[in-house]
Structures are given as structure tokens and as C-alpha cells.
Unconditional design. Structure first.
Length: 232
């Protein structure tokens, strides 16, 4: 995010014009994921939307510390701009009608989900074990791999279950918006007591190119030692 999305001139302008920015170091936080160390001059690797949702959380709050929008995991510049623009629209609506802010937040996120193609029953459904399992499964995007679309193989997409990994990203977007919809204006202190309610308990991680190369070399070395031992 730092070297790709937050370095984008359009994103910087939007943040400087409309937001007061801050960040929290999640090192040691039991709800946070993990990261490999990397070289300072390492090029950013490929990364899919929503990857590392426990490492990166864009949380939009009012000056009073109330959360009105969230977007978890990696967002490329285009996706981040879309999230920031939506947050600005919600905040402007709240400013125009301060007595109904909670309802405005809930309605805005429900309307957005419908515009994104989610069905009413999906939006109304309570989180269940299947959803949690889907979001906590082995998602290649957690290690920065962009999955091909079914269309790339000549397949016709048939509903949200046509591609497991596409559905993981889809469910991530649903969960983010439903969190704000179902917890309108939750205070940041309340969120900090249980951030897993948003990001879950699965431990995601980020790794850069040099980090993966180092891990690959280490694993290859261990495998070679093991083979050598067996031959003896």
C-alpha cells in the first residue's frame, strides 16, 4: 500500500484534501497478520484486492472517533480512490443530517452493496460458519497472487460460487460493508477491543519478492540436506 497505492498522486491529493490521516502499528497485536522482512529497494510484487486483511485496514472515522466506513486488505490506487470517494459521500450526508447519522451510514452501505450486485438475502444474512470458513481458507491473495478469472480459461461465470477465490474477494467486500452497516458509528475504542469481528481469526501475511526468494532458497536448502541425508 505504501509503495503503490499511497504513493499515487491522485490518492495523495484526495487524502490531503478530504482526510486527516494517521496510522497504527499493529506489531504485537494478536489480531494482526504477519510479514516477512524485505530489502528497502525491493520492488512491490503482485497483490490481489483484499490480501493481508489483518495487516492493512482502511478505517474512516469521524472527528469524534466513530467508524463510518472500512475497507480491509490491499487496495490498488483505483480501488482505494473508490473507497475514499464513497466515504466522502457518506460523511457529507451525515453533515447534512446530523440527527440521523447512524441510519445514514447503515442505509448508504446497504444501498452500495445492492449497486455492487449483492442480493437482498446475502445482505440480510447473518455471518455463519461457512462464510467464516471461506474467508479463513487458503487464499492465494494472502500471499500476493492474483488469481486468473474463469473467463481466462474460456469458462462462463455462473454465480458467486463459480470461482472459489473470486468468491473470497467478493465475500470480503460484503463483510466490510456489512460491518459498517451493522455497526454504524461504532467508536474506535470499542472496535479496538475486538478487531477480529471485522478481519476474523485467520493469520494472513504479506511478503515481498526478496522475502519469497529468501524463503524459497531456505526451503530448497533444507530439502537438499534432507535428500543428502537419506542417500547416506
Amino acid at each position: 500500500m505504501r509503495t503503490v497505492s499511497f504513493s499515487d498522486a491522485r490518492v495523495q491529493k484526495k487524502l490531503n484534501d478530504k482526510f486527516v490521516c494517521c496510522y497504527t502499528n499493529t506489531k504485537g497485536d494478536p489480531s494482526a497478520g504477519a510479514s516477512f522482512s524485505h530489502s528497502p529497494d525491493d520492488e512491490p510484487g503482485p497483490c490481489g484486492r483484499g490480501a493481508g486483511r489483518q495487516n492493512v485496514q482502511v478505517i474512516c472515522i469521524t472527528p469524534e472517533g466513530e467508524i463510518f466506513h472500512v475497507a480491509t486488505g490491499f487496495l490498488d490506487p483505483k480501488a482505494l480512490l473508490e473507497e475514499l470517494e464513497f466515504a466522502c459521500q457518506v460523511f457529507d450526508s451525515m453533515q447534512q443530517n446530523p440527527k440521523n447519522c447512524k441510519q445514514i451510514v447503515a442505509d448508504a452501505h446497504e444501498k452500495r452493496l445492492r449497486q455492487l450486485g449483492f442480493k437482498r438475502n446475502e445482505i440480510a444474512a447473518a455471518d455463519n460458519q461457512m462464510t467464516d470458513l471461506l474467508l479463513s481458507g487458503c487464499n492465494p491473495q494472502d500471499i500476493g497472487i492474483n488469481m486468473p478469472k474463469p473467463q481466462d480459461f474460456g469458462m462462463k461465470l455462473q454465480g458467486p460460487g463459480a470461482s472459489f477465490f473470486q468468491d473470497v474477494t467478493r465475500q470480503r467486500i460484503l463483510k466490510d460493508n456489512k460491518f459498517a452497516m451493522n455497526n454504524p458509528l461504532m467508536h474506535k475504542k470499542e472496535f479496538e477491543k475486538n478487531p477480529q469481528s471485522l478481519v476474523g481469526h485467520h493469520k494472513s501475511f504479506f511478503g515481498s519478492n526478496s522475502a519469497f526468494n529468501g524463503v524459497s532458497e531456505m526451503m530448497n536448502s533444507q530439502m537438499n540436506v534432507s535428500r543428502s541425508t537419506r542417500r547416506r
